[in-house]
Design a binder for this molecule. Structure first.
Ligand SMILES: Cc1ncc(COP(=O)(O)O)c(C=O)c1O
Length: 456
């Protein structure tokens, strides 16, 4: 398995040809999921005592398995938070794999970590955080949120008054599901301010005033959102920062989706207040055009993250020795062994420059405005709310929840588009509506028109 022979060379060429075709493709197909039984029937037994051979396995991939996936970068994939890695970043994802770098410690991964840090400096500069702030790349927004929450909780517990207390955080019901999920992981309680709309500092203040003495004692952090997943809404970061300062609470901003828009001059002001955060999540694999998986967590005071996350072990001591001096990404998030997952972003940023990033992000914002206008002009469609960042919520007049669902499946089955319904809360009721989230700058106005027409 570790020897080089002619079969290996041939296989390498086959794989490279596939990668070149995919990287330069402009016509990817929206694949269809199949059941596990169906896939098994198509490919048979692939893991056997003696192996089925690389060529055969690769053919199974190309003939059947790849077709059971939806490429996230299809220009009419506008569901969830799609992605659109640059071709340069995909290329360097291959290079990252081929280079076999352990990205936990500088001693082993200095070259890769240096590149990651160069890219990180640009991201940190977008936030406006003070000097000394820095971050690391994680496997995604969930891991970044978890790493930040652990840091906040450990910092809070470093005060002996709170050592034995169960923590409590406040966020809004519009916050991403990972906040609630990660609160479970670290066993802290969550109070949700009941709003899918912009969480205001005044509402937060009111919620804090309403806490019992015990709850107030246990409250250690506020999680605001810099671009909700459902609707692209940015909380009142300035107002929330003020409350956090007054109440001495950790201020985390989850900008996993919206964070890319910090680079867009047209909307940067909407994030004012983010520069006062203690920690921020931004996912390059969303709106900074990196391949999966690449999240980022940034801290105002990275040394607090180090206190919370640095692992100890006799086998790790050499990494901390002065002879191995350098920045160790593992010290600032939950993972030890890690891929240098910021490397593809570095290469793409170095290749294209940050201005091209700004333009591509502005295009996502523009597409949302274009879609909004087309919806306003359409007799059967209505905006649920004005487009926010690159999210557009709209209704097809007269449709039920089943109509939206059937429409999604129909378009997906045809290989035409993937646009999924969501729910929007009106008063106490949840209405099923349709949702666009634009990331891919190659989505065209014609794509949007065709999708809207398919609802006629
Ligand atoms: C606001 C927000 N936070 C966190 C996440 C979770 O990120 P990931 O899926 O990269 O773990 C998402 C994902 O869409 C998100 O939109």
């Amino acid at each position: 398995m570790h020897k080089i022979d002619i079969d290996l060379v041939e296989m390498t060429l086959d794989v490279m040809k596939y990668a070149i075709d995919r990287i330069s493709s402009i016509n990817t197909e929206i694949g269809q999921p199949k059941t596990e039984e169906e896939l098994k029937a198509l490919v048979g037994e692939t893991i056997t005592d003696t192996g089925i051979g690389g060529e055969y396995a690769f053919n199974l991939w190309k003939t059947y398995l790849v077709k059971a996936n939806v490429p996230i970068d299809h220009p009419r994939h506008l569901a969830f938070v799609p992605a659109s890695p640059t071709r340069a970043s995909i290329m360097f994802d291959l290079v990252t794999s081929a280079s076999s770098i352990h990205g936990a410690y500088w001693m082993e991964g200095a070259g890769g970590i240096f590149c990651e840090n160069e890219a990180m400096k640009w991201i940190v500069s977008l936030t406006g955080l003070p000097k000394g702030a820095f971050g690391v790349f994680t496997s995604g927004g969930t891991a970044a949120n978890l790493s930040a929450m652990v840091t906040a909780r450990e910092d809070w517990r470093s005060n002996s008054i709170y050592k034995k207390e169960r923590g409590l955080i406040i966020t809004s019901s519009g916050a991403h599901s990972s906040i609630k999920a990660m609160a479970k992981v670290i066993d802290v309680d969550v109070i949700l301010v009941n709003t899918e709309d912009r969480l205001l500092g005044t509402e937060l203040e009111k919620t804090i005033q309403g806490l019992s003495i015990n709850q107030r004692k246990r409250l250690f952090a506020i999680v605001a959102t810099g671009g909700t997943t459902n609707a692209g809404i940015i909380d009142d970061l300035d107002g929330i920062a003020l409350v956090c300062k007054k109440e001495q609470l950790w201020f985390h901003v989850d900008a996993a989706y919206g964070g890319g828009a910090l680079a867009a001059d047209s909307v940067r002001h909407l994030f004012n207040g983010i520069e006062q955060a203690d920690s921020i999540t931004i996912d390059p694999h969303k709106w900074l055009f990196s391949p999966y998986d690449c999240g980022a967590v940034i801290y105002k005071q990275p040394e607090l993250a180090k206190k919370a996350h640095a692992q100890q072990g006799s086998y790790l001591e050499i990494f901390k020795d002065s002879g191995a001096d350098g920045f160790n990404p593992t010290d600032y998030q939950i993972q030890l062994t890690r891929r240098v997952r910021g490397l593809p972003l570095w290469f793409s940023l170095a290749t294209h420059g940050t201005n091209r990033y700004k333009q591509a992000i502005e295009r996502g914002l523009e597409l949302a405005q274009i879609a909004g206008q087309l919806i306003i002009e359409h007799p059967n469609l209505e905006l649920v709310r004005p487009p926010s960042l690159s999210c557009v919520l709209y209704r097809r007049i007269g449709w039920s929840a089943d109509d939206y669902k059937n429409w999604t499946y129909k378009n997906h089955k045809k290989g035409f588009a993937l646009v999924a319904p969501t729910k929007w809360k009106q008063g106490d009721d949840f209405e099923t509506v349709s949702r666009f989230c634009f990331i891919n700058p190659d989505t065209t106005e014609a794509d949007i028109k065709m999708i809207l027409e398919s609802m006629a």
